[in-house]
Design a protein around this ligand. Sequence first.
Ligand code: DQA
Length: 151
Amino acid sequence: MSKTALILNGPNLNMLSVRQPEIYGRQTLGDIEAMAAQKAASLGLVSDFRQSNYEGELIGWLHEARGKIAGVIINGAGLTHTSVALMDALMLMDCPVLEVHLSNIHKREPFRHVSYIAKAATGSIAGFGAHTYILALDALAALLADAPKDK
Ligand code: DQA
């Protein structure tokens, strides 16, 4: 069975640390990538961590990953609230899909309360800053441990 957690990050997340640090924190995306790699390894998983500012690139990565990975952890960033196409690509996945957000989208502007990704997700975690990714990796490992094993 694949051990890969595909961790996808959407538009503008490459600007973390300079982008509204009071909301998104002072860590860079590289810092989060390093934390996720370490956490994944501690759970016996491998983190494949990517970021794109392009909806189509994120969708292409999901198509390529079908049947090959243990789970998807996705921070769709702004696309969370707009992209039916990204939701449709997530619906195609044959593995757990975990939605993550650094900020608590539910206590922000009303337009952030709508998540198309949530409709395709196994579950969602929001509001714990960079630690959200760590919580999602723990949740993915728990889901995989509970899943029926192939004989
Ligand atoms: C975000 C929340 C989104 O509303 C926003 O557009 C982002 C980041 C988060 O991680 O808190 O880009 O997904």
